[in-house]
Write a new protein. Structure first.
Length: 187
């Protein structure tokens, strides 16, 4: 079984996919990292994946905008949904003073959730939207961003991409619950 997810290795969607598989006793599966909800739903329609997962909404941030756009374009059947706590951290290459960081990169929904804190604590950093939380972590590891860049991602990306946890326990993590859908092709 191939399950396509909205996200890269280390994303909240990878975590949700693993939790769906445990819940539904799916043991023989391969994850296909498709980054966006649009890619998940397109590949589902084309029969390239058997199931798909994507973030639908979060308790604090509301509906995930990219998902809302994609679900208007494609038909699918919801198989299950799960709500999980998502705890973001700030990852970087090098520990600097907060005022030395110039960019913070992540998925628009993660930036939305943490914006108020980040704009105060990291006033010199530009908030930059990316397609995913984990993808920018991989790009930072690959040297595509400099050491003055931080990534909002899950802590698992620290080990996966050999990055430093610059800050844990972001204030918006409290009650940060995200609802994910498990979907299949509509019959």
């Amino acid at each position: 079984m191939i399950i396509g997810i909205q996200g890269d290795q280390g994303s909240g969607n990878e975590y949700a996919c693993q939790e769906f598989c445990k819940k539904r006793n799916i043991f023989d599966y391969k994850i296909k990292y498709l980054i966006s909800t649009e890619n998940v739903l397109r590949e589902l329609k084309e029969g390239k994946i058997d199931l798909g997962t994507f973030a639908y909404k979060s308790l604090k941030g509301g509906l995930v905008e990219e998902t809302q756009k994609a679900i208007k374009k494609y038909s699918f059947e919801k198989v299950d949904e799960i709500t999980l706590p998502i705890n973001h951290v700030l990852l970087g290459i090098k520990k600097l003073k907060k005022e030395e960081y110039t960019r913070i990169i992540s998925h628009p929904h993660a930036i939305k959730e943490h914006r108020a804190y980040l704009e105060k604590a990291y006033a010199n950093a530009q908030l930059i939207e990316a397609e995913d939380t984990a993808l920018p972590a991989r790009k930072l590891k690959e040297g595509l961003y400099d050491d003055k860049t931080l990534i909002i991602a899950l802590k698992s990306c620290s080990k996966l991409y050999n990055l430093l946890v610059i800050e844990e326990d972001l204030p918006a993590n409290k009650n940060f619950l995200t609802t994910f859908y498990l979907v299949k092709k509509k019959n």
